[in-house]
Design a protein around this ligand. Structure first.
Ligand SMILES: [Zn+2]
Ligand SMILES: [Zn+2]
Length: 342
């Protein structure tokens, strides 16, 4: 999780024709410490047996080029060519959230290549899952017999509704707020076998090492963009939104912010702010890379926010403790995220 050495930000990325959505996502991923540490080790390509296209190999080459190049900007041609062969249509403004999901998913598929027989718990042990993966718990409590039913859902990022919230913490409070199921939405309880009133609540059951939050600024129904200011902290404590209430604080620190500028969904421009391994913040707008301060970073109308677990970033002791927890392949959504020693 920690950078092995301090370095200023790497190269900018030339816009190859409406590729700002791709550039900004790539830059945010490049400054994701555990992902880039892994990619820089070349551990993936040394053992990759994928025939043809492999997203991990593409990302590995990209990250090397960006961080090792002496040029002020490079052309992300390899990633662009991936997109032209996939469903992304260049020249059309694409949604960054969709592209982020696609990229992380394609990296996960690359990690699993040649092992399609793996069960879902083993699939959860890839490097991509160890970095971005977590579990949500949905708990339905029957209010007539008090029976509790839990289901777990894996996530790679958390989309947050911001219509009623003015801050990320407010949106997270809404996210975990219990919802009443009654009337037409009544709940058929399997214990008391009645169509009962029930309470449904969503909590983060196992948190990810890197937390990606998407503020839902694009309203699918109206096609409008929600442009309001939504505050977000530099340090986010997820403790209050976990299944185990009243637990320990779970601190995350902000390392990238992605912004959409423009009024609608179909137009506009994307750029981002990232924290490099030297601890400095940079504004990355296609080919341009410039220093900026945390105050500017926190003043943006953010669309995507990237946070990394703080205890893992800084505490050596914590790292050692986690290094010893290898080999967990049993499905245990409540257990700690297995960590294989990056
Ligand atoms: Zn590969
Ligand atoms: Zn019941």
């Amino acid at each position: 999780m920690a950078w092995p050495q301090r370095q200023r930000a790497g190269a900018g990325l030339y816009n190859l024709g409406n590729t700002c959505f791709l550039n900004s996502v790539l830059q945010c991923l490049t400054y994701t410490p555990p992902l880039t540490n892994y990619l820089l080790s070349r551990e993936h390509s040394q053992s990759c047996c994928q025939q043809g296209f492999c997203m991990m190999c593409v990302m590995e080459a990209h990250v090397h080029k960006v961080l090792r190049s002496s040029a002020s900007a490079i052309q992300p041609r390899a990633v662009v060519s991936v997109l032209t062969r996939e469903h992304f249509e260049l020249g059309v403004q694409e949604d960054v959230h969709e592209f982020l999901c696609y990229t992380v998913d394609a990296m996960q598929r690359a990690c699993l290549s040649g092992s399609s027989h793996l069960d879902s718990s083993s699939q959860g042990t890839t490097i991509v899952q160890q970095i971005f993966g977590g579990f949500l718990r949905s708990r339905v409590t029957c209010l007539s017999c008090k029976a509790v039913s839990d289901t777990y859902e894996a996530f790679l990022n958390i989309p947050l509704d911001i219509k009623a919230a003015s801050s990320v913490t407010g949106a997270l409070e809404d996210f975990v707020k219990p919802e009443q199921l009654d009337g037409e939405n009544g709940y058929k309880c399997s214990k008391c076998e009645q169509l009962a009133t029930a309470s449904k609540s969503l909590t983060i059951h196992r948190s990810s090492n890197v937390l990606t939050v998407c503020l839902k600024r694009f309203d699918a129904f109206s096609g409008r963009k929600i442009s309001k200011v939504v505050k977000y902290p530099e340090y986010l404590d997820l403790g209050a939104y976990m299944s185990q209430a009243g637990g320990e604080p779970l601190l995350y620190s902000l390392y990238a912010v992605l912004v959409h500028e423009g009024s609608g969904c179909q137009a506009g421009h994307y750029y981002c702010f990232v924290k490099a391994s030297n601890g400095q913040w940079y504004k990355m707008n296609d080919a341009s890379v410039g220093l900026c301060d945390i105050k500017t970073v926190l003043r943006q109308r953010a669309y995507l926010l990237f946070y990394a677990r703080e205890e893992l970033l800084d505490r050596r002791v914590g790292n050692r403790k986690l290094l010893s927890m290898t080999g967990t392949t049993q499905f245990d959504p409540g257990g700690p995220t297995p960590w294989y020693g990056l």
